[in-house]
Write a protein that binds this ligand. Structure first.
Ligand code: HEC
Length: 696
C-alpha cells in the first residue's frame, strides 16, 4: 500500500483514513467527472482505500438492472459512468441515459431518447453507447440516430437537442461520448463501413448552437475549410466520394485545457482498400487514421499525425488518447499517448505533434517499423491484398479497440487491453457499387483456413486469437508485464493509486492486478461479459469500484470460446463493488432453444439456394452470424413456424423494427426473401443431418 507521508495533526490523520490522502491534501475530489476521469483521460484514480493489501476482500455492494431492453436481444454496455455529487450517470443500449444513487444504486431518473429501432441497421456494431458528458449541471449524450441531447442533470428533463447529421440519408450513427472542450460540447459519429464522410461538430454548451465543424476528409463538393483543401492533395483524382471515404470520429477525443487543444482520433477509410477508395491509385488520404489537434475555440488545426497512411486494414486511430508529462530524452515532455488499432504505441509531443516514439505493442506485420525521422511507417508489400489474399496482423479489430487503456503516474505504465489475432484480407472482385444501408468495405476478412491458407500461415507469426492485458512502459517502449491470455476480448481498464489495475473481460471475470507486477490479486466471476471500463469513487468514506456489464458490440455477431454469454443468459447489468461486499449472484443459465421443424415446400433448386445464400451473406450475416455459430442475435437456422410465417412481415415490412430488426424492402423483394428462407431451410436441414450423423 502506498501512503503519502506528511506531517499531520492527529485529527487530520484520522480524517485521512476515512477519505484519501489526496482528497485530504485538497486534490481532486474522489469523483469521476470526465470520460477519462480528468482532463488527462488517464483513467487513474487517486483513491487508495481499496488497495493491493486488501482488494482480496472486494465483494458486491449492489447491482443496477433496470435497463431499457427492446425486443428479445440484450445489447452491449460500453459506457464509462460519471460520478458527481453522489449520483452516477451512464448510458445503456439505445442511447438511454440513467441517473442512479452512487451509494445505493437506486434510480433517480432515466431518459430514453426513443431512438428509431431501425437505425440499428445503420450501426456497424450494435446499438451501443459509451457515455455522457457533464458540464455545469447539464448532461450531454449523443444518440444512435445522430442527435446531441442536453439534459438537466438534476431532473433528467430535456433542455435542448440538435441534429448533428449533415445528411440523414447516409448511415451515420453516434456511439461515442461527447467531450467538453472549454465551453463547447464536441461530438463525432460512426459509419465508415457503411459509406459516410467523417467530421466532428462543436456546439455551444449553453445553447446548442453550432460553433464549428471540422471535416476529417475531403468530399465531392467545394472544400469547407483550409484543412480540407490541404487533405485533398492526398486523395486520388477519381476518389470514390460516392462511398463516403470514412474518417469518422466515433470514439476518442481528449481536450487539454492548458493548451486549448482538442485532440481528435480519426477513423479508417471507407471502402477499406486504399486502391479502391482512390480509383485505382494509392494515396495517404489525410486525415484518415490520424490524430488531429484542433484549436477548441475556432476548430482550426494546430497539427496532425497520421498513424496509417493509405489505410487499407480498418486501422482506426480512434482509440483513447492519454495525456501525461513524461521524462523523455532528459527533459519532461507534455505527451499524448495512443495505442491505435495498427499495433504501434505512439508517444507524441502534444504541443507540436512531433513523434517521440512508435513501438509495436503487439504482433505487427503490415509495417516493419515507423521511421523516427519522417514519422512514417514502412508498409510491408505483403500486407497489400489487391492481387491475392494476405494474412495481416493485427486484424481489423486492431491490436487495441475502443475499450480504453489506462495510465498510472505512480507506476509510469500504460495498461492496454490488447487483442492478438491476424485475419485474412481479400478484395471483392468486380465493380464496387455503393449500397445504402449495408457494408461498403469492398473487402472480405476471415480467419485463415489451414487447408487452403497453408502458405499464408507458414509465412506469418503463429496464429493466435486472444486478449491480454499489457503493462506498457511508454518511456522505454516495451512491455513491463502481461496478463495470462483471456478470451477474445478484454474490457476497458482502470488504474488506481492503491496500486491496482482492474479489468473485466468477455468471460465475465473482473480481475484486479498488482499494477507493478501483474500478479492477480482478486478475480470476481460475474457471469456477464464486461467490456466497459471500471471506474472508482468514494462516498461516505467508502470506495466503490463500478463497472457496467453486458455482451454486445462487434462481439455480438459470433461468440468466441470462453464467453460468459455461452453459459449464462446475457443481459445488461451494472455492478458496484466495495470491501467486504457479498458474493456475486450469477445470472440464469442459457436455456437450450427448442428445435423447431423445418418448413416444407420451399424451392430447392440450386439457383434459388445460391441466390439466397448470396443475399444472406450480403445483407444479414453481419448480425445473424454464420451457420451454427452462437451469437447475440436470433438463430435463423431454427425459426419457429410462426416466425417463418411472418418472415416477409419482419424482413420486408419491419414488424420487429423497434427491436432493432429493420425492414429491408429498399434492397429486397418477396422473391429475394423466398430465396433467403429457402436457403436457410436447406442449409439448416444439411446442418441437422450433419450433427445427427454419429462420429466414427
Ligand atoms: C443490424 C442487425 C440486423 C441485420 C443486418 C438483420 N437483422 Fe434480423 N434481427 C435483428 C434483431 C435484433 C432481431 C431480433 C428482434 C427482436 O428482438 O424481436 C432480428 C430478428 C429477425 C427475425 C426473427 C427471428 C426470430 O426467431 O424471431 C428474422 C426472420 C430476421 N431477423 C431476418 C433477417 C434477415 C433475412 C436479414 C437480412 C435480410 C436480417 N434479419 C438482417 C437484427 C438484424
Amino acid at each position: 500500500m502506498m501512503y503519502i507521508l506528511r506531517p499531520c495533526a492527529i485529527a487530520l490523520c484520522l480524517s485521512i483514513s476515512f477519505t484519501t490522502p489526496s482528497a485530504a491534501a485538497g486534490e481532486p475530489a474522489p469523483e469521476w467527472l470526465l470520460h477519462g476521469r480528468d482532463a488527462t483521460e488517464q483513467r487513474y484514480s487517486p483513491l487508495t482505500r481499496i488497495n493491493r493489501s486488501n482488494v482480496a476482500r472486494l465483494g458486491l455492494a449492489w447491482t443496477f438492472d433496470d435497463f431499457v431492453v427492446r425486443g428479445r436481444t440484450h445489447r452491449g454496455v460500453e459506457a464509462t459512468p460519471l460520478m458527481h455529487d453522489g449520483v452516477l450517470y451512464f448510458t445503456g443500449p439505445w442511447s438511454v441515459v440513467y441517473a442512479i444513487d452512487a451509494r445505493s444504486g437506486a434510480q433517480r431518473w432515466f431518459y430514453d431518447p426513443e431512438v428509431d429501432g431501425a437505425w440499428a441497421r445503420r450501426a456497424c456494431c450494435d446499438a451501443v453507447n459509451r457515455g455522457v458528458a457533464l458540464h455545469k449541471g447539464t448532461l450531454y449524450v449523443g444518440t444512435l440516430d445522430g442527435w446531441l441531447v442536453a439534459l438537466d442533470a438534476h431532473s433528467g428533463k430535456l433542455k435542448w437537442r440538435v441534429d448533428t447529421l449533415i445528411d440523414r440519408s447516409r448511415d451515420y450513427t453516434i456511439t461515442g461520448a461527447p467531450r467538453i472542450a472549454g465551453d463547447h460540447i464536441v461530438i463525432g459519429n460512426g459509419g465508415a463501413e457503411l459509406g459516410v464522410r467523417g467530421y466532428v461538430s462543436a456546439y455551444d454548451a449553453g445553447t446548442g448552437r453550432l460553433s464549428w465543424r471540422f471535416f476529417t476528409i475531403p468530399g465531392p463538393g467545394p472544400d469547407e475549410h483550409p484543412e480540407v483543401a490541404l487533405a485533398r492533395g492526398t486523395w486520388g483524382k477519381d476518389a470514390r466520394w460516392d462511398i463516403g471515404g470514412g474518417g469518422t470520429v466515433w470514439d476518442s477525443m481528449t481536450y487539454d485545457p492548458d493548451l486549448g487543444l482538442l485532440y481528435v482520433g480519426v477513423g479508417n477509410g471507407g471502402p477499406w482498400p486504399a486502391w479502391v477508395r482512390n480509383g485505382g491509385e494509392r494515396h495517404d488520404n489525410l486525415f484518415l487514421s490520424s490524430i488531429v489537434a484542433l484549436d477548441a475555440t475556432t476548430g482550426r488545426m494546430a497539427w496532425y499525425y497520421q498513424t496509417t497512411p493509405g489505410d487499407s486494414w480498418d486501422y482506426t486511430a480512434t482509440q483513447n488518447m492519454i495525456l501525461a508529462d513524461l521524462p523523455i530524452g532528459g527533459r519532461t515532455r507534455k505527451v499524448l499517448m495512443q495505442a491505435p488499432k495498427n499495433g504501434f504505441f505512439y508517444v507524441l509531443d502534444r504541443e507540436s505533434g512531433e513523434l517521440l516514439s512508435a513501438k509495436p505493442y503487439t504482433t505487427v506485420t503490415w509495417a516493419s517499423h515507423v521511421d523516427p525521422a519522417s514519422g512514417k511507417p514502412a508498409i510491408s508489400p505483403g500486407a497489400l491484398y489487391a492481387g491475392s489474399p494476405k494474412l495481416v496482423w493485427p486484424s481489423p479489430a486492431g491490436g487495441h479497440n475502443w475499450p480504453p487503456m489506462a495510465f498510472s503516474p505512480q507506476s509510469s505504465l500504460a495498461y492496454i487491453p490488447v487483442l492478438e489475432m491476424p485475419l485474412r484480407f481479400s478484395t471483392d472482385a468486380g465493380p464496387t457499387p455503393y449500397i445504402p444501408g449495408d457494408y461498403n468495405t469492398a473487402a472480405t476478412v476471415s480467419p485463415p483456413d489451414p487447408r487452403t491458407d497453408a502458405a499464408l500461415l507458414g509465412a506469418s507469426p503463429p496464429f493466435a486469437m486472444q486478449s491480454v492485458l499489457k503493462a506498457w512502459d511508454p518511456a522505454a517502449g516495451r512491455v513491463s508485464w502481461q496478463s495470462a491470455p483471456m478470451p477474445y476480448w478484454g474490457g476497458g481498464v482502470l488504474a488506481t493509486a492503491g496500486g491496482l489495475v482492474v479489468q473485466g473481460s468477455a468471460d465475465g471475470v473482473l480481475v484486479a492486478y498488482d499494477a507493478s507486477t501483474g500478479h492477480v490479486l482478486k478475480r470476481i466471476e460475474t457471469g456477464l461479459a464486461i467490456m466497459a471500463p471500471p471506474i472508482t469513487y468514494a462516498i461516505g468514506g467508502e470506495q466503490y469500484i463500478v463497472v457496467p456489464a453486458g455482451m454486445g458490440g462487434a462481439m455480438k455477431v459470433g461468440y468466441f470460446p470462453g464467453y460468459a454469454a455461452l453459459e449464462y443468459a446475457n443481459r445488461e447489468r451494472l455492478f458496484a463493488f466495495r470491501l467486504d461486499g457479498k458474493p456475486v449472484p450469477l445470472p440464469d443459465r442459457v436455456a437450450p432453444a427448442p428445435v423447431y421443424p423445418l418448413p416444407d415446400g420451399l424451392p430447392t433448386d440450386p439457383d434459388t439456394l445460391a441466390a439466397g445464400e448470396k443475399l444472406y451473406t450480403r445483407h444479414c450475416a453481419r448480425c445473424h452470424a454464420a451457420r451454427g455459430a452462437k451469437s447475440g442475435y436470433p438463430d435463423l437456422w431454427n425459426l419457429s413456424p410462426a416466425v417463418d410465417d411472418a418472415f416477409d412481415a419482419i424482413v420486408l415490412e419491419g414488424a420487429l423494427g423497434q427491436a432493432g430488426m429493420a425492414r429491408f424492402a429498399d434492397v429486397l423483394d418477396a422473391r429475394d426473401t423466398l430465396a433467403i428462407r429457402a436457403w436457410l431451410a436447406a442449409d439448416a436441414r444439411a446442418l441437422r443431418a450433419h450433427l445427427s450423423t454419429p462420429a466414427r
